[in-house]
Design a protein around this ligand. Structure first.
Ligand SMILES: Cc1ncc(COP(=O)(O)O)c(C=O)c1O
Length: 436
């Protein structure tokens, strides 16, 4: 097992003497034999460690919400709660799963750019801790819904700070072309704050922004803090409200390949808190309670996907296709945004990766390519067990039944024991919604 993949693999990954990869004390070869492939292997220890790193980086009273969208599952939500995290949901469905998992409603924040009345009613009726109001339209509807329910709903305003960040770079965009939130620059966000202050059925306590995903550095967040403080200050002046909640969204990146080096979570937290203290001092505002909403950086490296290798097709002078028994239905990210991953053979993890191949899925699509030009052992062949690493975020969450592929199971591993937390779909499941 190449040592350089250490930061990409789950924290408990270990190379056994027989060349098998082990995660959570479980031999992946045995696991695949028992549960079949494809399957997601979920290292709960890695998830817990990341959650704890976040709690260390943002200690109470600051809040850490696990972004449900990255991996919406009862098991993940329960661990998040055990580790002192709340949950950020972005739809009625995610809220439903969070409530079913037993997430305390007060530690749930509800997002969405187009929340329906039904979703708002559900959120209010379940006494969620925060609703991130995304538009003036939503504010008015929520106020009516809360009033009808006899509730004063706590809200934060989702604002557009004009900072967009991806990986190493961030840009400040004068014009904010996004469907999310209300613009600070245009004054829409301040208008919403004024309006909220006049509505007795909502209690405006803070502001929220989310600037992007797979962000490696902390600088963009420093810029975000500056802009958000200008907004908090403007609200205090124009509305006379001291907002006590500052929610900086998610977005910290992870290593998908050995070349990627994301920021350390604890160092990132220290940087953000320093920026906050500095801006609070500069503008004479109280230090707010910070919230963050990490998804990828908690769950990403905690999972890998195991596939069985089938047909290996050498096209002389062109490339070698290694086909596996899953594909775009269990991981759409390579096709959706050209995401790159690392892979190894879990049954031959001690062999050198000396052959460049392309790993294709089994879907009826030429574009169903999981990994382009990846090095695997030259002995790769039918029956080998291919592990694609760091598939925890937006993997299962985005899985589909395209080509009527049953979705794979998620098997949690820890301390040598494996537990199926999401079972494999059956063919029968595939027709459960057909009314005939
Ligand atoms: C509002 C909000 N919070 C949190 C997240 C989680 O982001 P990430 O998984 O990059 O940490 C997202 C993702 O898009 C988001 O839109």
């Amino acid at each position: 097992m190449p040592h350089t993949l250490k930061d990409v693999l789950p924290a408990t990954a270990r190379l056994r003497d027989d060349g098998h990869l082990e995660v959570g004390g479980c031999d992946l070869v045995e696991l695949a034999t028992e549960h079949g492939t494809p399957m997601y292997v979920f290292c709960t220890e890695t998830f817990r460690r990341q959650a704890r790193r976040y709690r260390e980086a943002f200690p109470a009273p600051d809040r850490v919400y696990f972004a449900a969208k990255a991996f919406t599952s009862v098991a993940a939500f329960r661990i998040a709660v055990e580790e002192g995290l709340g949950v950020d949901v972005a739809s009625g469905g995610e809220l439903y799963v969070a409530l079913k998992a037993g997430v305390p409603p007060e530690s749930i924040i509800v997002h969405g750019n187009n929340k329906s009345d039904a979703e708002l009613e559900m959120a209010v009726a379940s006494s969620v801790g925060r609703i991130a109001v995304d538009s003036l339209d939503e504010l008015e509807r929520l106020a009516r819904i809360a009033e009808a329910a006899g509730v004063r709903q706590t809200i934060v305003l989702r604002v557009t700070p004009g900072v967009e960040a991806h990986t190493h770079e961030y840009i400040q965009t004068g014009q904010e072309d996004t469907k999310f939130g209300m613009s600070i620059e245009s004054g829409a966000a301040l208008e919403a704050a004024k309006r909220a202050a006049d509505l007795p059925s909502v209690e405006l306590v803070g502001a929220h922004a989310h600037i992007g995903s797979q962000i490696f550095g902390s600088e963009a967040f420093g810029k975000l803090v500056e802009i958000m403080f200008e907004f908090l200050s403007a609200v205090r002046e124009a509305v006379g409200l001291s907002l006590t909640d500052l929610n900086l969204g998610g977005g910290l990146g992870i290593a998908y390949t050995k070349e990627e080096a994301p920021a350390d979570v604890v160092a990132h937290g220290a940087f953000v808190r320093q920026s906050v203290a500095r801006e609070a001092g500069r503008l004479g505002l109280a230090v707010p309670i910070l919230s963050v909403e990490p998804g990828r950086s908690i769950v990403g490296n905690s999972m890998l996907t195991l596939y069985r290798v089938g047909v290996v097709k050498e096209i002389p002078g062109v490339r070698t296709y290694v086909s596996v028994d899953g594909g775009m239905s269990d991981n759409i990210r390579p096709m959706l945004y050209g995401a790159r991953y690392s892979a190894l053979l879990a049954n031959k993890a001690n062999e050198a990766s000396d052959k460049v191949v392309t790993v294709a899925g089994s879907h009826c699509e030429s574009g169903d390519v999981l990994l382009r030009d990846v090095a695997l052992p030259s002995s790769v062949g039918r029956g080998d067990l291919l592990a694609i690493l760091a598939t925890g975020a937006y993997g299962y969450a985005m899985a589909s039944n395209y080509n009527k592929m049953p979705r794979p199971p998620v098997v949690a591993v820890a301390d040598g024991a494996a537990r199926t937390v999401i079972r494999r779909e059956t063919y029968e499941d595939l027709i459960r919604l057909d009314l005939v």
